[in-house]
Design a binder for this molecule. Structure first.
Ligand SMILES: Nc1ncnc2c1ncn2[C@@H]1O[C@H](COP(=O)(O)OP(=O)(O)OP(=O)(O)O)[C@@H](O)[C@H]1O
Length: 477
């Protein structure tokens, strides 16, 4: 199978010479002379390698390379340039390009490098067709809205600026934070995510800054907080709009001084992490209402990145759906394909829960569809919410279908470890079941065990293994 190369070069004579040399080596070469044409070709086909000039008819080929690499992470890039300045070289290497060839160059050496680059590419078999395998970098989507997001991401890769990611729930804020980490200067360090809304107000300082042994009742040992854990890497503060006021003040102080102190400690610890924060709340009215500190807002919103809701980037729904089908197959669900009509139907849905809802829906489809090929007839009943995709021929939903759907939704988020699927799925199933039995019986374990039809000691043992404290669980709203 021929390996495909995209040559982006506006000097026709150079382009002809390179094309002839590469075709003689058995490569298939597509050629274009502008960034716009390049982006069109990349949106259509997968290439093993791109050779690109810097000064193109419609702009600077390097400036937009970060975005290209986000979209096509497995494609190798070789840069050709007549601007033999240090600046161009640094910019070229900053994009992670495989090689930089100042013009004029030795054609034989270029061909040799192309062979090496293609050999080192994960996509060495580059057939020219879009791959069905999940991509190494998980951000999928080439809509103009996502291109704008990619552009913003590339602006923060070579610095430590604080980033605030805004967007409705399920739009991919955490994924963007991970991409910034993975592609940025701190990729070798840890990525530590904290959901600030999930930590009780009284524990937030100890969670973020850590505490010393004996700092408060129950502090039996020294605890290293998230800021320190993220040393050398990235600290992702999720749901920052839901952080209690007092914790906001402490966070602001830490960010302003660049130092923290563990609760109950005296040692000053210098911060060494990039902060990426995210929220689905609209912080500006919250500032006006006195619910969010204005000074903290300006401290974290140095580079705001706004993720649009999925309904505003319907162009991406087909690619996302295919990506999730491939992902589901790689996690052991049946391999499925999607017809164009099926994809178009999915693209018309509002997806109020955004990419997360689409992802869960696709996993349900993968699990419940009867045929390998998913068409509108499979999607429509599931959209209607009646579980019909799995119904037997008489059209009656089955009781198993309900659990099947729940399982598919769970698989979409839980990502169980290979070899632990049974234990993890069983625990996920038992937890709500036991809570249901306990709440039905007012927390009486004997009656709950009778309702379940299991031995009381078995119930007690499982509750303890699952860390369910009936009094605490039932006290929750
Ligand atoms: N562009 C994308 N490409 C591939 N997968 C995506 C994309 N955007 C989101 N996802 C997937 O959708 C799910 C939700 O994304 P994520 O958790 O990042 O959203 P979020 O905005 O942080 O949500 P929340 O505000 O509820 O925390 C995840 O499984 C994520 O992997």
């Amino acid at each position: 199978m021929k390996k495909s190369i995209l040559l982006v070069e506006d000097d026709a004579s150079i382009a002809i010479v390179i094309t002839a040399a590469l075709e003689a080596e058995g490569f298939k070469v597509d050629r274009c002379d502008s960034i716009a044409e390049r982006d069109r070709l990349l949106a259509d086909r997968a290439y093993g390698l791109m050779l690109t000039d810097v000064m193109l008819t419609d702009g600077d080929g390097i400036e937009s390379l970060g975005r290209v690499r986000l979209n096509c992470p497995q494609m190798q890039v070789i840069i050709l340039s007549a601007q033999n300045t240090l600046d161009t070289a640094v910019r070229a290497s900053d994009t992670g390009a495989f090689e930089y060839f100042p013009k004029p160059f030795d054609l034989e050496e270029l061909v040799r490098t192309v062979r090496q680059a293609i050999g080192s590419s994960h996509n060495a078999e580059g057939s020219g067709e879009a791959s069905d395998e999940p991509q190494a970098l998980p951000l999928v989507g080439r809509s103009p809205a996502m291109q704008a997001v990619y552009r913003m991401i590339t602006r923060v890769l070579r610095n430590d600026l604080t980033v605030l990611i805004l967007g409705e729930s399920g739009t991919g804020k955490e994924l963007v934070a991970e991409a910034i980490h993975q592609l940025g200067n701190r990729a070798q360090g840890p990525f530590i995510a904290v959901n600030t809304a999930a930590i009780p107000a009284e524990l937030i300082e100890s969670e973020l800054f850590g505490h010393e042994k004996g700092a408060f009742t129950g502090a039996h040992a020294r605890h290293i907080g998230k800021f320190e854990q993220a040393g050398g890497g990235t600290l992702f503060l999720d749901e920052i709009g839901d952080m209690p006021m007092q914790a906001q003040t402490r966070l602001l102080r830490a960010l302003q001084s660049g130092r923290i102190r563990r609760v109950g400690g005296t040692e000053e610890i210098t911060l060494d992490c990039r902060i990426v924060a995210a929220t689905n709340r609209d912080l500006v009215p919250m500032i006006a209402a006195g619910q969010f500190r204005e000074d903290l807002y300006y401290r974290i919103a140095v580079v705001p990145i706004e993720l649009p809701p999925l309904r505003e980037r319907a162009d991406d729904i087909e690619a996302l759906s295919r990506h999730f089908l491939a992902l589901a197959a790689s996690e052991g669900l049946p391999r499925r394909s999607l017809t164009a009509a099926g994809a178009a139907l999915l693209a018309r849905q509002p997806w109020r829960g955004n990419v997360r809802e689409l992802r869960n829906f696709i996993y349900r489809l993968a699990l419940l569809a009867r045929d390998e090929v998913i068409d509108t007839s499979t999607i429509e009943p599931l959209l209607a919410g009646d579980g019909g995709a799995h119904t037997p021929d008489d059209g009656e939903p089955t009781r198993q279908a309900d659990f099947g759907e729940a399982l598919a939704s769970w698989l979409a988020v839980a990502r169980p470890q290979p070899g632990a699927l049974y234990d993890e799925a069983l625990a996920a199933f038992e937890r709500p079941l036991f809570l249901h039995a306990l709440s039905t019986t007012g927390g009486n374990q004997l009656r709950a065990a009778q309702l379940l039809g299991i031995n009381r000691n078995t119930l007690r043992k499982r509750l303890s293994e699952l860390d369910i404290v009936p009094e605490v669980a039932l006290a929750k709203p």
